[in-house]
Design a protein around this ligand. Structure first.
Ligand code: NAP
Length: 302
């Protein structure tokens, strides 16, 4: 890789899992010249071959142990239920002083999976770049995915402070702004702003399709932007989302209970023709959503 030395933060980065996120990180490193070498590993030959053809990594290994052997930073970019398997494979092949981080959409369960296999002399910094699309695989990544988006890091007892600062600089070089918070708070925040909306989108597509079958009528061909925009995320990878819900059960159930209470209230207000109440709920939510849009515009213009 042709590298300008002034941006280099890590000599060798190993990316385990070369899908949307792993391949976007690899492309971002290449574009911004922030490591001398990027190594990769994915589970299937097909993905490894595709990543090789795309050419944004210096070497693709056919074992995870091979990929991490000389790495200073190892980024686990696999579905959140696969981290323990990976740690079992790599734990004896890690370099002293290496940093492991991950990109998983759940933090508490991932920390539990990784921590039990973490060797002495290796620091683990749990992370989550909050950037994505509904597409998967090595061909779907792009270097700009992270631009002006937030990366949440959830340091814990085995996170070294100096290493944390180095990882913060790494994500900043990829265009992100970085915040830190506790793993538990991360899981509740993400259950609210990401996991619940995905669950609702999956369920909405399923509900529409059951009604189509019952009525023998193709409802969804009449959908204008609304239904398709709203359910875009239901095209996301099923394995990734299976793992997220199972590994963030506590926070998802908490927010889901609150959501169901809200839906029940709305249903009652519709059933009882409570027009004033409905109007006031919708007026308030419109104000709140506009406020969210304003604060996002402010961040994007900074
Ligand atoms: P993806 O495109 O489906 O890629 C997943 C990658 O992991 C593939 O390369 C896959 O290899 C590999 N993999 C799966 N199981 C493995 C195992 N047991 N051992 C080794 N490699 C394995 O998924 P993604 O969207 O990049 O998501 C990866 C992680 O990023 C997830 O933890 C997710 O929570 C997190 N995340 C996703 C988004 C998003 O919007 N997509 C946003 C932020 C964070 P094969 O192709 O060979 O099976």
């Amino acid at each position: 890789m042709d590298t300008k030395s002034e941006n280099i933060i890590f000599d060798t980065v190993a990316i385990i899992g070369i899908g949307l996120i792993g391949s976007s990180i690899a492309r971002g490193i290449q574009k911004n010249k922030i490591a001398r070498r990027v190594f990769g590993y994915a589970k299937t030959i097909a993905t490894r071959k595709k990543a090789e053809e795309l050419g944004y990594m210096d070497k693709i290994f056919d074992t995870s142990a091979g990929a991490v052997h000389n790495a200073d930073l190892i980024i686990l970019c696999v579905p959140v239920g696969s981290n323990a398997d990976i740690m079992r494979e790599i734990k004896e092949h890690l370099k002293m002083g290496a940093i492991i981080t991950d990109v998983g959409s759940v933090k508490k369960a991932v920390i539990d999976q990784i921590d039990m296999y973490l060797p002495d002399g290796v620091s683990f910094i749990p992370g989550h770049p909050i950037a994505g699309t509904e597409f998967s695989g090595p061909e779907s990544g792009f270097a700009e995915l992270f631009n002006k988006k937030c990366c949440l890091l959830t340091p814990y007892t085995k996170t070294d402070k100096g290493q944390l600062n180095k990882l913060i600089s790494f994500w900043e070089e990829l265009g992100m702004f970085v915040d830190t918070m506790s793993p538990e708070m991360h899981d509740l925040v993400l259950a609210t702003i990401s996991h619940l909306p995905h669950l609702v989108a999956f369920n909405l597509v399923d509900t529409a399709s059951k009604l189509e079958n019952r009525e023998n009528q193709e409802f969804t061909k009449y959908s204008a932007g609304g239904f398709l925009d709203y359910t875009r995320v239901a095209s996301s990878d099923p394995i990734m989302w299976r793992d997220i819900f199972i590994n963030n059960k506590k926070a998802v159930i908490e927010i889901l209970d609150s959501f169901i209470d809200g839906l029940t209230d709305l249903k009652e207000n519709i059933q009882t023709d409570n027009a004033n109440k409905l109007e006031s709920i919708f007026t308030e939510t419109r104000k709140k959503r506009n406020k969210i849009l304003d604060s996002i515009k402010k961040i994007e213009s900074e």
